[in-house]
Design a protein around this ligand. Structure first.
Ligand SMILES: Cc1cc2nc3c(=O)[nH]c(=O)nc-3n(C[C@H](O)[C@H](O)[C@H](O)COP(=O)(O)OP(=O)(O)OC[C@H]3O[C@@H](n4cnc5c(N)ncnc54)[C@H](O)[C@@H]3O)c2cc1C
Length: 410
């Protein structure tokens, strides 16, 4: 029988949530160098089904962690949205998005975390979790690991979540995507540095949107094209969940060569995204959840910025726990429900209910009333200058002012 390896902090999963937890923790407490261990079932660089769109909030986190984005990326300054009641375009002077490839991005985070003192045990799959006497034990296919706290950052299908919190209500959306070679002179995503979103699939029963992002794969321009559905099981009930998503994706971008998707002549990847449910708990004993394992943005399925937000809060809570503060982990749970990230995800859950609900036309119409209001909404969503941390009252006041008052003369 293999011996149990012990450390101070165990992290299940070395994706953005697990690595952000380690990076924030080791930045604040360099003395933990070598005592924080991440268990990862794959090895970096590893493929991850994801469009790789980083909102400005994530770039702020990278700056805070002093990580230079020295991998290939494409930035966009415009965001266009097609809806059943018309189109909208928001343009900013600064990037509204930075598109990376997740294998390269996650490998960069892993490198930075290793440099800071994280031990990553690769090809190590967590199979179960047990707790006793203030100690957590992770069972893996290469033996047991023990620590005084465990972060479940093992993604949407989290084993830690299932082992410790039970199956519970499943709040899992699905996204599928493919990559197409692009012509940077012709395709608007490159020519106009634009993210394209298409919400017309909502009218066909898909609670989500299709997207097309410019990206760089192996130094060559590509489009990452995909579709997100917050409630894929509903589609499955009425027959052919994936077929309906593929049909709507082709319909959203008729000018793109997507016709071969339905018969798999063009390959695509599908993957679940767990979204935030305020009824969930994120702490049990010495085990806490972060990132997709906890649940991310229900409206857009954006999860990388949430992974960094959760990681930062988890690191602060773990630091306090190691100092002997018995309230530390309970406060983490409260932050995820009621702190800035909890409020943001609640608002996005509210928006998802309405934009993807029976009165979606009314809500899409309302959102198109004022261009300035759209800009405020986008800046809030993007967390540019931490505007996502503004109170609801301030946001509503800004929104009302932007709708009722004419724009200032420059
Ligand atoms: C098609 C698609 C497009 C998306 N596009 C975007 C986007 O443009 N922008 C955005 O912000 N978000 C996007 N998302 C969501 C984003 O990918 C996730 O929210 C994000 O990856 C969450 O990070 P995480 O660290 O919590 O989980 P993950 O990135 O899933 O990382 C979890 C890690 O844990 C490891 N792991 C899993 N199980 C075990 C185990 N049992 N033992 C050990 N290790 C384990 C995995 O190998 C992985 O490395 C998209 C998702 C999909 C499906």
């Amino acid at each position: 029988m293999s011996e149990t390896r012990s450390c101070d902090v165990l992290i299940a999963g070395a994706g953005p949530a697990g690595l952000a937890t380690a990076l924030y923790l080791l930045k604040a407490r360099p003395e933990l160098r070598g005592r924080v261990v991440a268990l990862e079932k794959h090895a970096h660089p590893r493929f991850k089904t994801c469009a790789g769109g980083l909102i400005p909030k994530t770039i702020l986190a990278l700056n805070e962690l002093e990580i230079a984005l020295d991998i290939p990326y494409v930035t966009v300054t415009r965001s266009s949205a097609r809806t059943v009641v018309g189109d909208a375009l928001v343009e900013r002077d600064e990037p509204v998005g930075t598109v990376v490839r997740r294998d390269e991005f996650d490998a960069l985070l892993a490198r930075s975390a290793r440099d800071a003192g994280l031990r990553i045990v690769e090809h190590c799959r967590v199979a179960g979790v047990e707790q006793s006497n203030g100690c957590v034990r992770a069972r893996t296919d290469t033996g047991d690991f023990e620590a005084s706290v465990l972060v479940g950052a093992d993604g949407s299908g989290s084993i830690v979540r299932r082992a410790v919190f039970g199956n519970g209500k499943e709040t899992i959306g699905r996204a599928l995507m493919t990559d197409l070679p692009a012509d940077p002179n012709k395709d608007v995503e490159f020519a106009e540095r634009c993210y394209r979103f298409d919400f017309r699939c909502v009218a066909a029963g898909i609670k989500g949107y299709a997207w097309s992002f410019p990206c760089s794969i192996g130094g060559r321009p590509h489009l990452n094209v995909g579709i997100y559905d917050q409630f894929p099981r509903k589609c499955r009930d009425s027959g052919g969940e994936q077929a309906a998503m593929l049909r709507e994706l082709v319909r959203a971008f008729p000018e793109l060569p997507l016709a071969g998707l339905s018969d798999r002549k063009i390959s695509f990847k599908a993957y679940p995204i767990r979204w935030f449910d305020p009824g969930d708990r994120y702490v049990k004993g010495r085990v806490i959840l972060a990132g997709d394992a906890a649940g991310v943005d229900p409206l857009m399925g954006e999860g990388i910025s949430c992974a960094f937000e959760h990681g930062k809060l988890a690191a602060a809570a773990i630091g306090r726990l190691l100092d002997g503060d018995p309230r530390a982990l309970a406060d983490y749970d409260r932050e995820l429900h009621w702190g800035a990230i909890g409020w943001k995800l609640r608002k996005l859950a509210f928006a998802a209910r309405h934009f993807y609900g029976p009165y979606h036309r009314t809500f899409f119409r309302l959102s198109r009333i004022s261009r300035r209001a759209q800009e405020i909404g986008l800046d809030w969503y993007n967390g540019a200058s931490h505007s996502d941390e503004l109170s609801t009252a301030v946001l509503i006041a800004r929104w009302v002012r932007s709708v009722l008052l004419p724009p200032p003369v420059r």
